[in-house]
Design a binder for this molecule. Structure first.
Ligand code: CU1
Length: 148
């Protein structure tokens, strides 16, 4: 009996690290206009959350650049259009765009970039998405942000 309790205690201790929320994630983007994730879970218990993008393709930023931009689902089209106007020099994101929660730089093959945002910026009940604002990419490079 005592041995069983001891074994259970050991199991609990082994599981302990999984209790802490992970406040970051990595997403890859490739030359076929694909992220490796269709959704990103952001734990409510995190103060901040970091998304790292790795462009695993081989083409330069001006040809097959990718970024990760996070915005309310309702504002995605506006953010993409404003980004196209802002152009490559601004990573296809309008400077100080109030609709944008977070955005990485636009990166080419072999590069990586991160963005960190305050989780409190995500309002409960509002659907958010992550997407690439390089013109034409978001039709394939788009996923959901899930606040949990
Ligand atoms: Cu892209």
């Amino acid at each position: 009996m005592k041995l069983k309790i001891f074994a259970l205690l050991l199991l609990c201790l082994a599981a302990a690290p999984t209790w802490a929320a992970t406040c970051s994630t990595t997403v890859t983007g490739n030359d076929a206009l694909r992220y490796d994730k269709s959704s990103i879970t952001v734990p409510k218990s995190c103060a901040t959350f970091t998304v790292t993008l790795k462009n695993v393709g081989s083409m330069p930023r001006s040809v097959m650049g990718h970024n990760v931009v996070i915005a309310p689902a309702a504002d995605v089209d506006t953010v993409i259009n404003d980004g196209a106007t802002a152009g490559l020099d601004h990573d296809y994101v309008k400077p100080n765009d109030a609709d944008v929660i977070a955005s990485t730089k636009l990166i080419g093959g072999g590069d990586s970039a991160s963005t960190t945002f305050k989780v409190a910026a995500l309002k409960p009940g509002v659907p958010y998405e992550f997407f690439c604002t390089c013109p034409g990419h978001a039709s394939l490079m788009r996923g959901k942000i899930e606040l949990k």
